[in-house]
Ligand binder design. Structure first.
Ligand SMILES: C[S@@+](CC[C@H](N)C(=O)[O-])C[C@H]1O[C@@H](n2cnc3c(N)ncnc32)[C@H](O)[C@@H]1O
Length: 251
């Protein structure tokens, strides 16, 4: 397994990506506001709450430090967040238990500011649990869900098709699946012969083929979602994920 997501640098980056205010994340007047609050937007734009049952259960795969899972706790009775990074899951649990987490906000080089990120008080922390786990080898007794999120995860997996196969048992019939991915394929994460759509028109065709196979999922909608990750005070990654919402068909 890759150890990138265990490092302090990535932990600080993701704590800021998920929880920092605009003033801390991007204190400039350039127009990027549509790319902020990605993890919150994944829930608010990604999930169609009107078509979900009232007592519902959700899963956030590759949850990182937990923002989408906490956002889902406002709408679902129980939420499970799973990530293979122990450092990220520990941080998510600190936020669950204490509602805050220390973060070093890098300015440049050796200079950083030590401060805190704060969890939105409307989060229902009692409804959320986090665990370390591998999305390609999830525990058998995880059960099934009315809604599954997998945001910016699939192009970090050694073999995305293993997860895409398992999703048909994780999402209940008529349940929703929301996926985002910038399709940033890198051989250090995913061997080239496992890149989705390698023999198709493009990566999204590969994703669609895998999910629609045997009538398991139907595509409801797909759209572009920009996001901004802060590296330091003067360096940012601007990406555009392809977002897609799917419904699990019966049978
Ligand atoms: C690009 S980050 C996206 C995190 C979060 N979903 C977001 O949108 O901000 C990828 C995440 O997937 C996690 N991850 C990578 N491979 C995984 C695997 N096999 N099982 C579970 N999580 C994994 C990483 O630890 C990291 O938190």
């Amino acid at each position: 397994m890759h150890t990138l997501y265990e490092s302090d640098d990535l932990l600080n980056q993701y704590l800021l990506f998920h929880y920092a205010t605009k003033e801390k994340l991007f204190p400039y007047d350039f127009p990027v506001s549509e790319a902020l609050d990605f993890s919150k937007r994944c829930v608010l734009e990604g999930v169609d709450f009107d078509s979900l049952p009232s007592q519902s259960r959700a899963l956030d795969l590759g949850c990182s430090v937990g923002r989408s899972a906490f956002e889902m706790s406002k709408h679902f009775n129980s939420v499970v967040g799973i990530d293979y990074s122990e450092a990220f899951i520990n941080a998510a649990n600190v936020l669950k238990n204490e509602g805050r987490h220390r973060v070093d906000r890098l300015i440049s080089g050796h200079q950083s500011i030590s401060e805190e990120v704060i969890l939105d008080v409307k989060s229902r922390r009692d409804r959320v649990s986090f665990e370390v786990g591998d999305a390609e080898n999830l525990r058998e007794d995880l059960g099934d869900f009315d809604c599954v999120l997998a945001c910016n995860l699939i192009c970090r997996l050694p073999n995305p098709n293993v997860l895409l196969d398992r999703l048909s048992t994780l999402v209940r019939p008529n349940g929703q699946l929301f996926i985002t991915t910038p399709f940033t394929w890198l051989e250090s994460f995913t061997p080239k012969d496992h890149w989705l759509g390698i023999n198709a028109e493009d990566s999204f065709s590969g994703l669609r083929k895998a999910l629609e196979e045997h009538g398991k999922f139907k595509l409801l909608k797909s759209w572009d979602m920009p996001f901004l990750i802060r590296e330091h005070a003067r360096k940012f990654q601007f990406s555009i994920a392809q977002a897609s919402r799917w419904v699990r068909l019966e049978g």
